[in-house]
Design a protein. Structure first.
Length: 389
């Protein structure tokens, strides 16, 4: 069984009745629906909340209408990402990399929720790499995972000292730290037989990486939702690919996850990624649809409109003209240096025809309609409209 059937949760009519294509085509309706749908066991009209986010009758904030609607929105978006990119299949063992940050906590929580309602069998194991950073509260994460009854491993490896020794003073630690962490986790996934490695990168992380590569790397690339490692030994998935960071922040706050701050890279200032994130947040505040449009563009790539000679064969492009001649529509054509024109073999007095503005408009409309029909019939490899909008 594939992810297409995996994430059609049991007893959830809105998933059963709506196809992925329908979800993608009406993004605005989806956004509204994700926040407005009532639950069978929640009477929205009769429920009131206090300013603090707790229900008036004293119930925990995770029982509030706000939380349940947000959780349902995240569940849907994660479901769509998994289904669109076939991230999880029957029998998978998904290793969720948990750092102690809001993103990985949210990822683990939503995947566990989906595991309970999915009609197929797959397992989840949480893995944390304790990098022995000074002051790291090593008891917090194991305590949380044990309290929640989540199968897990805590890997202890002093990569902190290695990073500090190899990175020059004043340089950022992120790249070296990431490589060491990735190598350890990838190897461990194969060791325990995990078939998928789930990382907590969200939509805003993918956008930030895109601009980092654009501004500083000279490449149009980002974090893909699904990736086969270079040695083809591990499959990496990012189920939060459609989820906005601001929703994760709100979800983590409502769930009161025991967040563990990073005292290594998180303590450095003037990081380029932080600068990019500030730029994205400013854009989102000033132009709420801009980030969604950029993410949509990342899913709607036109290689022939860029300049990558490896991606598109520009050298082999050739004309395929027919015998139909279209005369220039206008009042007159002035020809200069006629001797040179004759020498080249070009006409000295090309014919003209009367310009018909209405005909030109109708013709362009017909061509555009034909292109639209042809495009709708073509099969697309990945969705071209972002369901997060």
């Amino acid at each position: 069984m594939t992810a297409a059937t995996l994430f059609t949760p049991k007893n959830t009519p809105d998933f059963d009745e709506m196809s992925t294509k329908a979800h993608l085509e009406d993004s605005h309706a989806l956004e509204t629906d994700a926040y407005s749908m009532e639950y069978d066991d929640v009477d929205v009209d009769s429920t009131t909340e206090t300013v603090s986010g707790h229900l008036a009758d004293g119930q925990a904030r995770t029982e509030s209408v706000l939380f349940r609607k947000l959780q349902k929105k995240l569940r849907r978006q994660v479901s769509w990402a998994i289904r669109d990119f076939n991230m999880i299949e029957d029998g998978d063992v998904v290793m969720v990399c948990v750092s102690g940050g809001k993103d990985s906590y949210t990822l683990l929580d939503i995947l566990l929720l989906l595991k309970r309602i999915a009609p197929i069998s797959f397992d989840i194991v949480a893995v944390n790499l304790d990098q022995k950073q000074p002051g790291y509260p090593e008891d917090i994460l194991p305590a949380y995972l044990n309290e929640q009854g989540i199968a897990h491993y805590i890997l202890e490896k002093d990569t902190y000292s290695i990073v500090k020794s190899v990175v020059p003073e004043g340089k950022t630690y992120c790249s070296a730290c990431s490589r060491l962490r990735r190598g350890s986790l990838y190897g461990f996934a194969k060791q325990i037989g995990a078939t998928k490695i789930a990382l907590g990168h969200h939509r805003d992380d993918m956008l930030a990486t895109f601009f980092l590569n654009l501004f500083h790397g000279g490449a149009l690339k980002s974090m893909p939702p699904k990736l086969l490692s270079d040695d083809k030994q591990n499959m990496i998935i990012r189920p939060l690919a459609y989820v906005e960071e601001k929703d994760i922040i709100e979800y983590a706050k409502l769930k009161e996850f025991p967040i563990i701050p990073c005292n290594l890279c998180g303590s450095q200032t003037n990081l380029q990624r932080a600068i990019i994130n500030d730029m994205l947040r400013a854009w989102d505040d000033a132009h709420p649809q801009r980030l969604a449009s950029i993410f949509k563009a990342m899913q709607n790539v036109a290689p022939s409109q860029l300049a990558d000679r490896e991606l598109f064969d520009f050298e082999q492009l050739s004309l395929e003209r027919d015998d139909n001649e279209r005369l220039f529509e206008g009042d007159n054509i002035q020809a200069g240096q006629t001797d040179s024109l004759v020498e080249i073999g070009l006409p000295v007095a090309p014919e003209t025809q009367t310009f018909n503005a209405k005909f030109d408009y109708d013709h362009r409309q017909t061509v555009a309609l034909d292109k639209e029909k042809k495009s709708s019939r073509s099969t697309q490899k990945i969705p071209t409209i972002n369901p997060v909008i």
